[in-house]
Design a binder for this molecule. Sequence first.
Ligand code: SF4
Length: 265
Amino acid sequence: MIEGSNREGEAPPRLIRGERGWWLLGPGGIARLGDGHLTPARTLRPDVERGLREQGLFTVRPSRSYSLTVLTATACNLGCAYCFQNLDQDGGGTKPPRIASVRLTPGVIAEILTFVGRRQAESGLDGLVLTIFGGEPLMNPRGCRELLDRAARYGLRRAIDLGFAVPRPRVRRPCKACSYRDGRYGAVVNPDGALYSSWTTAGRPEWRVGTARDGYLPRERTDDRWFTCEDTYGRADDTRAAAGFRDRVDAAHLDHLSATGRLRA
Ligand code: SF4
């Protein structure tokens, strides 16, 4: 199945209060609404929802890219207490015990990109979004450069060619690297070629879910090893407060874009 088909449920629309009326953020676009478009319970009136649906606002746009996170070096010259590399606290110093220090090599780069090519073919994707991660990834500059050079053949387009832009507020989408149990749309790879469900468990052999060379372990062996970034960093106790804060920030952002003529909605 290609991303975008039958996946509306994964990107529920957001309705947030703006300076003048409401912003409706759907997976297929943004619309500005007035109070008259809503029911007294502040949900979309059925005819309004139908119209927006016909305009494609609720349609998940297919992504053509595979999301790959590669750790190029599990080492760092700092010792932050919150680092995912720490296996334990060190009692107040700056050298906590850490996951094994490994550097990405040309042989592993070849294995990773062969794996990516297979996954792209299976999922019908022809682009690549690459996140270089660590430790401190630039402790292995040669590995970073070689990975970037060779990934160009797998649909990686450089940010320098595409330009940079601040992303607009949008619907919440699942993380492509860790939210799909079979790694269909993305993967996280350690410098030794081991696959992990997300960067939060990377480098801990007991959490390994496969290797770039051999692919994922059978589902029954990864069932209790599949953690997402949200499992680790999501905080159930502040979900409402966090959502409210995010809505206020996004509404202010949209109001500003609209007021300065940079948003057509
Ligand atoms: S990798 Fe990042 S979080 Fe970890 S010690 Fe280095 S700077 Fe700190």
